[in-house]
Design a protein around this ligand. Sequence first.
Ligand code: HEC
Length: 376
Amino acid sequence: MRVLTTILAMCVVSLGFAQSPAQAHAKDVFSTSSCTGCHGQTAMGGLGPPLAQTKVEEKEFMDIVRKGKGMMPAIKQDDISDADLPLLYAEVKAKPWVPEEIPVAYKVGQFLSPKSVSRIFMFAFGLAFVMAMVSLGKWLRAAGLPRLMPSLAKLGWGKVAGITIKSLFLDGFLVQSLYKHDKRRWLMHGLMLYGFCGLIIADILIAVNNPQRSQLPLTDPLKMLPLLSGVAVFIGVSYVMYRYKKDEYIDNGLTLGRDFAFVNFLVHVAFSGFLVVLLKRAGAHDWVMTVYLYHLAAVLLLIVTAPFTRFQHAYVAPALAAMTRLTDAVIAAGVDIGFEREPSPGRHHKSVAIAESVLSQLGPEYEGSVTIRYYP
Ligand code: HEC
């Protein structure tokens, strides 16, 4: 009986040992780790690169695991311990290189390295920039810039530069006319505008200071800037969506589908951006890459469509406002511009004035029964 109990006890003990994490890990740390989700069961890659026969030095390997790299999240101690990490390294280094096992997903994943992502985006950005300049040229020609040129030359190029810069800052960046007109809309517009600028600046700073895009703590300024900017954009754009949805007259032929497209892309960019951060921090590794792809696609769409959507007003309106200031200065200086001035787009209050004057010409019998809705 005692022998039986002893055997039983030994079985229990050995069973216990067999299942103890230390022993299981010693056999195969890698295949039981969360790495397999992205680097494949045989370490020949998933959405992340193959790790088999890795050429990465041990120290750098540890560094990548703890700090993350690009879309790879920082892996914490409770996921894989410091003791297991060297075992895992030795293990993947010794794994056979089987090219047939590199999944198609990795070929997609290759697009996700910070280097190639930034290349794709530089290309898209360059394309959008050229298109933007073409459309800006069209607007400036339509606003009479070529005819204004001789007068500007008389005004002096130094003065022209001064007026232009001041206007770009006050009318463009600070959106003075909207501030005077409607403070709440100015604030909501500002959340989008300055939030957007914050995102761009953050991306440049990160590219310079953290080229590997390793995972930073939430309190790091480089992380806070994009997060706060993202929140600002999201609030601003939600307000615009709300206004679009609430206003039964919004589809009046003036507000084009392209406006909606722009606002929608912006919503998707902000939403998917937060989702990526959230999933990464929550350790939902299986979802991170998919949602990141969705985020990149949204950003890419926003960039390449920018010159054709409502985004256009972000550079056209300030340019035209500056032109109006220049025309004012030319007239104030007593230079004959040789043509009648017309209200330029981008100066909303003038269009409002026109609408009001049309309304006043309708006569008193229409008082109260007609509303002109003006959408800048
Ligand atoms: C959410 C998916 C994901 C998980 C989980 C993940 N990785 Fe990665 N890993 C990646 C991606 C994507 C890259 C490519 C990063 C880049 O180059 O931008 C990468 C890159 C690496 C690299 C650099 C490879 C090279 O050749 O440059 C190492 C090393 C690495 N991972 C190890 C690990 C280990 C070890 C684990 C588990 C503890 C792990 N990873 C978990 C996605 C992941």
